[in-house]
Design a protein around this ligand. Structure first.
Ligand SMILES: [Zn+2]
Length: 295
């Protein structure tokens, strides 16, 4: 018995030390740029789809009669900007019912835990992202080197490629586009105004994050195949409007100026999308030539 209780005491001590260590892990955002934090005037993109992000960190807001959907949350400090942007557009922040993300990096997940707590909305993520969400980014194959870079948060629903997200009259299809992170994804859906409907693609562009050769990433052995899959899949998506995780990726600031009149046509840019995908394909092909560093 003594042995057993001593064992329990040791175990309890280890557990409490571990929980102290976990609690002590402070969230530290690795780097932010002026473009990421600069406030930006929210606007109506097309039908019931709005831009509510910062100057570069794209966050999208989709309204329905049964509540609203927010995609991406920027940095931790973006929470107030996003809330203000939603209210500026005339909507209630607390009517946000579903939270989504295009990728579990701190520049899209920073305010997720806080917004989830404030609104009580359901967070739905690509199943391959669940682990990185729970560790606040520290288990990410590349950005994990920075430790906990956003507040850990638990998903309410895990999504698989091709799954549908339903709310009110809206139906979003999640497209699994791994590589940038293991569970990066894009969303495809239709919005309507009084003139017509638009098929919208919010794309997570598969840019390369790591400096290492793909063969030198033991925590993500499928990385090369995942990028190849994603690049190929993205060449075959048809859409009317193209948007992305960063404003700079789809050249928002060339297409729209604050105060511009409603103009969904500004975001029809098949050529821009095709060029961006070919450019990423080129970067991938070059990356595949990189050899692991000799130790
Ligand atoms: Zn990223």
């Amino acid at each position: 018995m003594f042995k057993c209780s001593l064992h329990n005491i040791v175990l309890a001590t280890i557990l409490s030390i571990t929980s102290l260590i976990v609690k002590a892990q402070k969230v530290k955002e690795p780097k932010t740029t002026a473009e990421w934090t600069r406030p930006y005037q929210p606007f109506r993109i097309a039908g019931n789809l709005y831009y509510v992000g910062t100057y570069d960190l794209a966050c999208y807001f989709i309204t329905t009669p049964q509540g609203n959907i927010l995609i991406n949350t920027g940095l931790a400090a973006s929470a107030t900007q996003i809330k203000n942007n939603i209210e500026t557009l005339g909507f209630k922040f607390n009517d946000t019912k579903i939270l989504l993300t295009t990728q579990a990096h701190y520049d899209h997940m920073g305010a997720m835990a806080a917004i989830k707590k404030a609104t009580g909305a359901q967070l739905m993520v690509d199943e391959k992202e669940a682990d990185v969400l729970a560790t606040g980014g520290s288990s990410d194959y590349a950005l994990g080197q920075y430790g906990t870079s956003f507040k850990p948060v638990k998903a309410d629903r895990l999504l698989h490629g091709g799954d549908t997200i339903l709310l009110g009259n809206m139906q979003l299809v999640m497209l699994h586009h791994p590589g940038h992170t293991k569970g990066s994804c894009s969303f495809l859906f239709t919005v309507k105004d009084d003139q017509r409907s638009y098929k919208v693609l919010i794309a997570n562009m598969p840019s390369i994050v790591t400096d290492k050769a793909f063969a030198a990433i033991p925590t993500y052995p499928a990385i090369a195949g995942d990028y190849a899959y994603t690049l190929n899949a993205m060449k075959n998506i048809s859409f009317d409007i193209w948007l992305a995780s960063h404003a700079s990726q789809f050249k928002l600031h060339d297409k729209h100026q604050p105060g511009d009149a409603y103009n969904p046509a500004a975001f029809k840019d098949q050529q821009g999308y095709d060029d961006a995908i070919s450019d990423l394909q080129r970067q991938y092909d070059e990356k595949m030539q990189q050899l692991p560093a000799v130790k």
